[in-house]
Design a protein around this ligand. Structure first.
Ligand code: ES4
Ligand code: ZN
Length: 335
């Protein structure tokens, strides 16, 4: 079964490229760029102490603090290229055929790194992944929900952001960062503008936040996918609605364990989602922060916990292809 899962052509829809920053690359780039890592936090002594600290995340916000420090080492286009290339190499080893990758422009622009620098690095890695690894990819621009909606609006109105969307370099938007107390409806205007630009729409909802955040993402933001959505299991009417609509949930099993949303993968409602006909894909989220677990590790963890049949896995991967945002011709190749 492990070999079957490795060889299965997989789509990944929920990978934050900044979440692929390994402690090794972080220390290397911090040194190159003369960026000082927090001197008062002993976790930043070396890559090993940092990895040990990553094993003790208490919740989403505890992780996010490290995630944003990590980004501070990314300054020029070659840094972003190295980061994304690192991810694509892991993806190739895991049998990923197609990846739709999140990135967080506000976290870079606020540090004086322009959007074009970020995009230039990611574009170079994507082209190399296509040419050398045969991996197709897309970019999804995420908005940080802990920042004021006005900051998100300024970002989507940034001419460089608009140009990337018009040119098809960025094909969709997402909403991430701290979830509790930042409900989707705060970002209705951002999503209205993205929709007018022809962008695909998704949002993190129901990771730590309540099922009402999933409803708000659907009703107010009009998303076609939900990132995480595990708390959907608490609302049976909404569960039925999502199953009927065919909305894809992008589940991240090991992320949920590392961030203490559940105590083990077996606690996730994966069997219930299958029984109810809820479509989902399996994803790695922030692999370098969650035990160096990339996509295949997540597939294997689900398999260990739920003992799915080959037919069930083929069905999961088919739902993932159909729920992808790539060109129709690429979907047909994948199917
Ligand atoms: C994230 Cl796991 C998760 N949740 C919300 N926002 C994020 N950004 C990066 N990883
Ligand atoms: Zn995520």
């Amino acid at each position: 079964m492990d070999d079957f899962l490795r060889k299965l052509p997989k789509c990944e829809h929920h990978i934050h490229l900044e979440g692929a920053l390994t402690p090794e690359l972080l220390f290397k780039l911090a040194k190159k760029n003369h960026v000082q890592l927090p001197p008062t936090d002993p976790a930043f002594a070396n890559p090993e102490t940092l990895k040990a600290r990553y094993k003790a995340f208490t919740c989403l916000d505890d992780f996010l603090a490290y995630y944003y420090v990590g980004m501070s080492a990314l300054l020029d286009a070659t840094d972003f290229e190295a980061l994304a290339w690192d991810y694509f190499q892991h993806a190739a080893a895991d049998g990923v055929a197609h990846a739709e990758c999140f990135f967080d422009p506000q976290a870079h622009i606020s540090r004086g790194v322009t959007y074009d620098i970020v995009l230039q690095g990611f574009e170079a890695a994507r082209q190399r992944a296509q040419a050398e690894l045969g991996i197709s990819s897309e970019l999804i621009c995420c908005f940080l929900r802990h920042l004021p909606p006005s900051d998100c609006l300024d970002t989507i109105r940034n001419p460089a952001v608009q140009a990337s969307m018009t040119a098809g370099q960025v094909i969709g938007i997402g909403l991430d960062s701290s979830e509790k107390d930042f409900p989707p409806q705060l970002f209705t205007e951002v999503y209205d503008e993205a929709r007018a630009l022809g962008q695909n729409l998704t949002a993190h909802a129901g990771e730590e936040g309540p099922p009402s955040y999933i409803s708000s993402a659907l009703d107010d933001l009009k998303v076609s996918r939900i990132d995480h959505g595990i708390r959907l299991i608490e609302d049976s009417a909404l569960l039925k609605q999502i199953a009927d609509q065919g909305t894809l949930l992008t589940l991240c099993p090991l992320s949920n364990v590392y961030l203490k949303c559940v105590t083990s993968v077996s606690e996730l409602p994966i069997r219930a989602f299958l029984n109810a006909g809820v479509r989902f894909s399996i994803n790695s989220d922030d692999p370098a922060y969650f035990g160096d677990n990339y996509l295949l590790d997540n597939y294997l963890a689900v398999q260990e916990a739920f003992q799915l049949t080959a037919q069930e896995w083929v069905g999961i991967c088919e739902a993932g292809i159909k729920g992808s945002w790539c060109a129709e011709e690429r979907k047909e190749e994948l199917l």
